[in-house]
Each structure stands twice: as C-alpha cells, then as structure tokens.
Design a protein around this ligand. Sequence first.
Ligand SMILES: Cc1cc2nc3c(=O)[nH]c(=O)nc-3n(C[C@H](O)[C@H](O)[C@H](O)COP(=O)(O)O)c2cc1C
Length: 578
Amino acid sequence: MHRVRMGGARFAVSAICTRAWAGLPQGDCPRYFSTSLEVMRRFLLLYATQHGQAKAIAEEIREKAVAHGFSADLHCMSETDKYDLKTETAPLVVVVSTTGTGDPPDTARRFVKKINDKTLPVDYFAHLRYGLLGLGDSEYTYFCNGGKVIDRRLQELGARRFYDTGHADDCVGLELVVEPWIDGLWAALAKLFVSSSEGEMSGALTAAPGASRTTDAAKPELIHVESQVELLRLDDPGGKDSEVSEQNGASRGQSSALTADFEPSLTRSVPPLSLASLNIPALPPDYLQVHLQEPVGQEECQASVPSVDPIFQVPISKAVQLTTNDAIKTTFLVELDISKTDFSYQPGDAFNIICPNSDSEVQSLLHRLQLTDQREHHVLLKIKADTKKRGAALPQHIPEKCSLQFILTWCLEIRAIPKKALLRALADCAGDTAERRRLQELSSSQGAADYTRFVRGARASLLDLLLAFPSCQPPLGLLLEHLPKLQPRPYSCARYPSLLAQQILSTYPGTRRSLWSWWAREPASRPSSASCSTGTGSSWPAGDGSLVGPGGDTAQLFCAPCGFWGSGLRSSNFYFKK
Ligand SMILES: Cc1cc2nc3c(=O)[nH]c(=O)nc-3n(C[C@H](O)[C@H](O)[C@H](O)COP(=O)(O)O)c2cc1C
C-alpha cells in the first residue's frame, strides 16, 4: 500500500486508480474513492490519553476501519510533527480523555495551547470536518471536559462535525457509548466521502472564511445512548424505581395495547432491531458445579457475616427515613453506636458498611428459582472437571458450608445491574423462543441502546429480568458465577453537635441501588448491627466549601460549620438545616 496525493487529498491506495474506472478521463478521479476500487479512504485519527484507554479505543477504530474500507492515519495528539490540521483535507477523528479536574490529558496540552491561541482567525479550521469521542467519568464535576474543550474550540475555529460527539462515561462503562459510537462512525464517514465526491465536501473545503453553514452531523443511535447514559447519573435517584417497575410492569402485563405494539420495552423489540441479524457475544464457559446438601440435624450455617477489614460489628441504634424539602429524595440516617470501639474518626471519613440484601428480595429470588425448599441447604461448590474456563477458581466471596439463603443475603450483589455476559447466558436458559431472542438482542451490539435503556437505565436487577422472562430458568451455578460479590458501601460520616452529639450519621439517598432503602419498607427485617470499617476520608473543611469524600453516592457533601450538611444544591437541597 502506498500513498498518493490527488486533488489535494491524500489516500492510502491498495490498487492503482486506472482511467478505465467509470469512464472518467485521467485526472477526473473523485476526491474520495469507493471501496469497490479497493481504495482505502483515509482519515486522520488523533488520540490523547492519560492512562491508555483513549489510545486503545483509537487503535480499535484503526483496526475496524479496514473492514469498512477506510484507512486511519493514527497519531498521538502530542506528535505534532506527524500531522498538520491547518493543511489537513481528510476527515479528522479525535478520541480524547479527561484528567485532573476537567483537564485534557498531558499529551494534549500543547495541542490545546496551540488551538487556544486567541490570534487565530475564526475560519482557521473551516476546511476541517471532524468527529470527536470524549472519555470521562461522571463522578467528576467536569464530565468529559477534555473532549468538550477541544470540541468547542474546533467549532470556534470553523471546523464542522460530520458526526455527533460521543461522551463515554467510565463510571457506568465506556463501552456503552464507545461501541455504538464506533459502529455509527463508518456510515457517517461514508456519507461524508460520498457527499464530498458529489462536491459538497469540496464546497465546504473552499467555503468562505467564517461561513456559518451547518452540516447535518450524522445522528446514529449514539444520541439515544448518550441520553440514556445521562439517565444513569446518580443525581436523580428518585425516578429510577418507578421507571423500572413501570417498564417491566408494562413488559409483563402488555396491558397498553397502543404503546405495546410500537414501543420497545424490556421484553419487546421493534424493527429494525427485531429484524436485525445479531452479533451475540460468545457464551462464557461455565465452571461451577453446585451441590445443595441438606443440613444434617441441627447443623447450622457456619459462615459469619462477611467482614471488611478492619472489622467493627457495631449496633445500629437508630435508622430514620428523612424526607427532604423537595420530597423527591429520601435519605436514610443511620446511627452507629461506636462507644465500645476504639477507632477514631473525623467527619468526612467514610465507613464501609456491608448491608445485607433485603429478605423479601432474597425470598422472591429463591421462589423464582424454585429453590425455596432448599434455602437452608448448604451450598457445596466444585470446579467442573471439563470446564473450558482458563484459570477457573472457586469464588472467594462464597464461604464453605453455608446456606443458600445466607449466600444470597450476605455474599452476592443480587441487585447488581446484569452485565451483557449474564444476559447472554440467560438467553440460553429461556425456553420461549421470543424471550430467548430478546435476551440475545439485549446482549448484542445491535441491542446496545435497548440494553442501556431497559437494563442499565432502568437499573434492572436479576430478579427483574427473571420476572420479565418467565421461561428463563437458569441453574444456580450460572448465577453464582455471574453475580458479583456484595460490596461494602462507603458512607460519609458527619458530626453535627447540636443535632446528635458525638454520633455518626451516615446517609444514603433512596436510590434503587441503595441497600438501605428497603429498611423503610421492611422495618422488621432491619439488621441490628452493621459490619463496618473506616475508609480513607477527607477532612471536614474549615470553612464553607465542598467536601468530596471517598467513593459512594453521597460522597459529595456541601457543608458549612454553622449551617447545614447534606448533599446536592446548597440553596435548595439539604438534609439538615439549623
Ligand atoms: C486522576 C484522574 C482524574 C480524572 N478527572 C476526570 C475529570 O475531571 N472529568 C472526567 O470526566 N473524567 C475524569 N477522569 C476519568 C477519565 O477521563 C476516564 O477514566 C477515562 O476513561 C480515562 O481515559 P484514558 O485512560 O485514556 O486517560 C479522571 C480520571 C483520573 C484517573
């Protein structure tokens, strides 16, 4: 393969363009060739990474490009001697992450400095067409700001998008946006090359400086994915419960004939997805052999409550449900009696608390799995002799000689949002063909938007799925392989002398993911103690300010020594006020 220059644009060519093509005279070859000519359409692919993810994604784009008839000229943004945007005539694709406090990666610094030069004219990049994928983490205040800064500046300098910007969120999984963004990139590039060969691109290339002509940036399913990813942010904890139950309820009942026929739901797909051929991920090899053994006599479950290190078993002296002034968020205030322990803490430290799963959810799951009668049986695990899983090992978080009920209560995240691998495995356990197809869709790349909307966005749990797909009867081993370990939740703690002297207050908004939230509904089954350890906390600031604690959804506290503490907007959304 070699490069030629033609009509001002560079191409990577795998076959010589001959005059015979389309009967055009020599020199009339269009700017961008069709792939039937075995000519790769070149685009410039720049990445800026801090920890390697943007680079890996850019490399993936380069690899996939070939199959779509494109050739990506890949460079790190810092390699400014290898590309020149001022003279670049091929489309530009940028993958850039964010670091620090909303900063572009170090490797993008010079680039950003250069394009931020205020002396540059507004048509400096008027010839450029670009698509940008930003990486970030919505736990940070300035989400995807590295990408946003570059995006904004390219626009200010006259560059125009040929494809909508993607913002991938590491907090919920980059792939939720990255995959559909890459899938949609090829059509957008192809459209650009076609329109350019019809003159549009050359028009754009020669457009008058500062021309404000806007282009129809291709709008793939990305937009939908992005808006759904927005839904996953934790700043709206109230809506999710109702959303999943509504969606799943609608799916089960199929009562609304009007919407049911045309609207997709957790269990229903509509064209084009329902007609699409699917790329389904490979089935992960199973590896656990499960035997349920009836306990002999009064043999008790020997496992104790799992611990975090260092462990403190502390009585929970009070659990109160508070309703905030906006009546949407619900906060659970938990008092832990630490009088018999010797650990010290500062407000702003975190307590890692293991909270068991709700008893009613555990019982529902046992019922759905038809294992209610065996809930007290001990679970014996072995690695399957013929497993194809490399390095298969017994899950460390499932103790030996303990009951099934104990494992579901204390060891596994039964509320975790099922990953695509689990959906894929569940598909094979569905007896009903339509249900199997829908589960396959949700695990496929074509069904990524529906997965985001109906599984992730709705925060569906395994139980939600099993209720929505009644013919699915997974073996216990499959669930033990796929359900993650029950994680301790970091709770920010605070001391508010006039309210509760020397007490620790832990709050957690009543989101669907919150394990505490069921305390309100099931007071009888509240545990009387919690396993907790102190984490690394930030100190309570001396004056007004924003306190960012470690992890957790309530880690961001706004506080003022004499006013209030809580989470959210200081002016309108506090949990306590003097
Ligand atoms: C130290 C650090 C700071 C970060 N700051 C931000 C930020 O301010 N905004 C944001 O959206 N993401 C932030 N992130 C998340 C990264 O952008 C995200 O994980 C991304 O996928 C990393 O991609 P990379 O490996 O290509 O750098 C930060 C990550 C780290 C480790």
